[in-house]
Design a protein around this ligand. Structure first.
Ligand code: GAL
Length: 427
């Protein structure tokens, strides 16, 4: 059926004219403020993509155009390389996933833009833990918005595989090796691993925290204190780390982290040590926590928490409509609704304080409780493998040493320590 002409409609409904006018004005207003948001991220795996979709839907609901700028590669090294070339050529996106101390490094380049008006209107100072708020600011101004809190030192296990192997989920490193032996005997890969440098460092920091303890971790991997790096504890941690290798499979080199998670999901491997973005993969595969998979603190790490906070840094833009879209992005990301929907898919917990966790699973509830408890006890620590602890240069150099050590037949813990001491100077 043809739609009636506005004139005919007005004849039947005299009030239609003002209504039509208002609708037209509304559309014009929406058109004027609608902009484009381009967000650089590396959320391309099953669970990550579901979370990124929540971000896209939120912005589209506000009338903006979403331009996806996804650069695949866990841990984000490739994404950072692409971002640098885009910014250098004067073509920065609206926002990019930039985290930890790197936020300050980018802000010093003068390419980020303050979003204090949004932060003030949305009361971010009241809604964020102070340590997080401080990290999002450069010279007192917000230049980034935090998305979530990931816990990095988790162990994910397939309970059915453990049952078949007669193995007990480990709580410390001795138990880890006992379980790994039982799993090996049962013919499954004990530990699903992907041999990429950031995954090697993720595993290494779990050993450093679980075996060396929080004080050692803070001194050696956050403060980069030479005495802690050269200590007998570091030697022990390096030896334990290397002892894990025979419990990984020969196809591990180069494997993406989500494919490693896939091995646990399928029951081909018993465990994975990885941040809770891995939970996003289990959930995306329709698996239920507590039934199909379990989350445990990484061995020896019960009272510690290594965190990884995803955040979106805001770049200076020229077009007013795009600036408006960018501000809407920032406001939406800190909104309670988005913090719930995004983090349910991502495996993380909301960074905004006071969001109800009713719809979250027990792993997320445990994470939130441990986050609060470790913050109080002083054992809440930044993940070095995920850009939270040290400069990008030092992190990169340490990553290389740890991967070389993991892959080398000849390098001893003492050799690795010598190289770590040199890497730590790259501040
Ligand atoms: C981390 C990032 C997470 C997750 C992971 C794997 O660095 O913070 O959001 O995506 O990499 O790609």
């Amino acid at each position: 059926m043809n739609s009636p002409s506005p004139k005919a409609a007005r004849r039947r409904h005299p009030q239609a004219r003002p209504l039509l006018l208002a609708a037209a004005l509304g559309l014009a207003a929406l058109g004027a403020r609608a902009g484009e948001v381009e967000v650089l991220h590396w959320w391309t795996s099953g669970g990550e993509a579901r979370a990124a979709q929540a971000l896209k839907a939120t912005l589209q609901a506000k009338g903006h155009t979403w331009k996806d700028f996804a650069v695949a590669g866990g841990g984000g090294d490739s994404a950072m390389t692409v971002l640098k070339s885009r910014v250098v050529s004067g073509n920065a996106p609206s926002a990019a996933q930039i985290k930890g101390p790197a936020l300050q490094e980018w802000a010093r380049e003068g390419v980020l833009s303050p979003i204090d008006d949004v932060a003030r209107a949305e009361r971010w100072d009241e809604l964020l833990p102070k340590v997080v708020a401080d990290q999002m600011k450069y010279r007192g101004s917000y230049i980034a918005v935090p998305v979530n809190v990931h816990r990095v030192n988790w162990l994910w296990a397939n309970p059915e595989v453990f049952k078949k192997a007669g193995a007990k989920p480990p709580t410390n490193w001795d138990e880890f090796f006992a379980a790994a032996d039982a799993l090996k005997k049962a013919g499954v890969i004990p530990l699903a691993h992907g041999g990429q440098n950031w995954q090697d460092l993720t595993l290494f920091e779990a050993v450093a925290l679980g075996q060396g303890g929080p004080e050692f971790y803070a001194k050696a991997l956050v403060q980069l204190d030479p005495a802690a790096i050269a200590s007998p504890t570091m030697e022990k941690v390096l030896a334990t780390f290397k002892r894990i290798k025979p419990y990984t499979d020969k196809n591990a080199p180069g494997r993406d982290w989500n494919l490693a998670t896939g091995l646990v999901i399928k029951g081909e491997a018993g465990m994975q040590i990885m941040g809770d973005w891995a939970k996003g993969e289990f959930l995306a595969a329709g698996k239920k926590p507590g039934r199909d998979f379990v989350c445990l603190a990484a061995p020896g790490a019960v009272k510690t928490f290594s965190y990884n906070i995803d955040s979106l840094a805001m770049f200076a833009l020229k077009k007013d409509a795009n600036v408006k879209a960018q501000k809407d992005l920032a406001a939406a990301v800190m909104g309670a609704e988005f913090q719930e929907s995004f983090n349910l898919a991502k495996g993380s917990i909301p960074v905004r304080q006071g969001v109800k966790l009713d719809r979250f699973d027990d792993c997320a509830k445990a994470s939130a409780a441990d986050f609060a408890a470790t913050a109080k006890a002083g054992t809440l620590l930044p993940s070095i493998a995920h850009g939270m602890a040290v400069s990008a240069a030092a992190e990169g150099a340490i990553k290389d040493v740890i991967s070389n050590y993991w892959n080398s037949e000849r390098m001893t813990p003492a050799d690795a320590i010598k190289r770590l001491l040199a890497a730590a100077k790259m501040r």
